[in-house]
Design a protein around this ligand. Structure first.
Ligand code: NAP
Length: 372
């Protein structure tokens, strides 16, 4: 796979690069990003390497990220060349309940602001950024459908929603002949794999793409944080005020140990191995990169230039796999053998929903005997 080997965004005609340039780090307002000159260098290098997909949001660095994207695209006369994704949901005016959330009034307000900052009259991909827990699905769907009709957006996507939410929306869209969801945006990395249970199988079934965010778990998977004597301090983002998610867990240190070992065997930086693994996972369309410096971007942009051999990939697949909880234990191979009467069945498309151990758990008495 190469950066200029384009793929389609889910079941659409839009061609996107397998890596997408994230811009949450365009601007220093949030305390962990890059200044304008470095953001511009990152933007230019990404396009020069073959990337065409840019991800931003109305609130990133308080609107500065969108302004920088708008500036770089308009000054470079690149509007036809780049695919711009942006998002709405988070409040733009404290104290005003209708300047946030998923409702129609806020959706139009936020989009008009994004179009102004991006210096364009349409966005290619418009995301609901996060579910507000109550706006009806039909209201969001019909507004997105209208916006495509009005020419203000070309496609729409869902970010940070439960699987049942986007599945129901897609099903209603199909039944009512409305525009369909093109893609999802969710946290997904070697360290955070919970969406393998529901979101990925649902997206595959419904023809929806997937653009993972925080592919390096906020920088944790670069290997620059050390378990021994970790104080949570240092020059990385996870040490600063931007660290809203705790990445220093026992589970993540275990994943990192395996990643460091695999990276050593491959002679590649851990960040590249983590990004390569993710970009080649089932269901993934385009991985959204984050970088603060040019050296980091260079590392990340060249992460598709090699293949991870099967035995090393198996190691990575196994180490952070989601825990097998109910009802997923019913989809384990040994349970399905009971369903099929021990006959092997090859479905037209494997459901890919079971992501756990391939051997059944030992019965208690056998386990006790084995431990003696
Ligand atoms: N939809 C959503 O809710 C949502 C949420 C978050 C992000 N996003 C999108 O996803 C994009 C990527 O997310 P992210 O920034 O969290 O991604 P990430 O790749 O998990 O983390 C990026 C951070 O890791 C560090 N880093 C990156 N490459 C490195 C390397 N090669 N070596 C060492 N450190 C490295 C840098 O931080 P330090 O140098 O400061 O350590 C960088 O800012 C964002 O820009 C945004 O577009 C979406």
């Amino acid at each position: 796979m190469k950066l200029n080997e384009y793929t389609t965004l889910g079941r659409t005609g839009l061609r996107v690069s397998p890596l997408c340039l994230g811009t949450m780090t365009f601007g220093t307002e949030w305390g962990f990003g890059a200044a304008e000159d470095v953001s511009k260098q990152q933007f230019d290098r990404f396009l020069e390497a073959g990337g065409n997909f840019i991800d931003t949001a109305d609130g990133y660095t308080n609107g500065h990220a969108e302004e920088l994207v708008g500036k770089f695209v308009s000054e470079g006369k690149l509007r036809d060349r780049v695919v711009i994704a942006t998002k709405y949901t988070f409040s733009g005016q404290p104290g005003n309940p209708n300047a946030g959330g998923n409702g129609r009034k806020n959706l139009y307000r936020a989009l008009e602001g994004s179009l102004r900052r991006l210096k364009t009259d349409y966005v290619d991909l418009y995301y609901l950024h996060a579910w507000d827990t109550f706006t009806p699905i039909e209201e969001v769907l019909s507004t997105m459908d209208d916006l495509i009709g009005e020419g203000k957006i070309r496609y729409f996507g869902m970010s940070d929603t439960p699987a049942w939410y986007f599945s129901r929306m897609q099903t209603i869209a199909e039944k009512e002949g409305k525009q369909r969801i093109a893609t999802l945006q969710l946290e997904y990395s070697l360290a955070e794999r919970n969406i393998e249970r529901e979101h990925i199988p649902a997206a595959q079934e419904l023809g929806i793409g997937l653009c993972p965010w925080s592919p390096l778990a906020g920088g944790f998977l670069s290997g620059k944080y050390k378990r021994e004597g970790n104080t949570g301090r240092g020059d990385g983002r996870l040490s600063g005020p931007g660290s809203i998610f705790n990445k220093f867990t026992e589970h993540n240190w275990r994943v990192l140990d395996a990643l460091l070992d695999v990276a050593k065997k491959l002679g590649k930086p851990p960040a590249q191995v983590a990004l390569n693994w993710l970009a080649t996972q089932p269901g993934v369309t385009s991985v959204i990169l984050g970088a603060r410096t040019m050296a980091q971007l260079e590392d990340n942009v060249t992460s598709l230039d090699f293949a991870i051999p099967a035995e090393l990939r198996e190691r990575l697949d196994a180490v952070g796999a989601p825990e097998v909880v109910h009802p997923y234990s019913f989809y384990a191979p040994w349970m399905q053998a009971r369903v099929s009467g021990n006959v092997t069945v090859s479905p037209w498309r494997p459901a890919n929903i079971y992501v756990g151990a391939t051997a059944p758990p030992a019965a208690p008495e056998k386990k006790a005997a084995a431990e003696k």
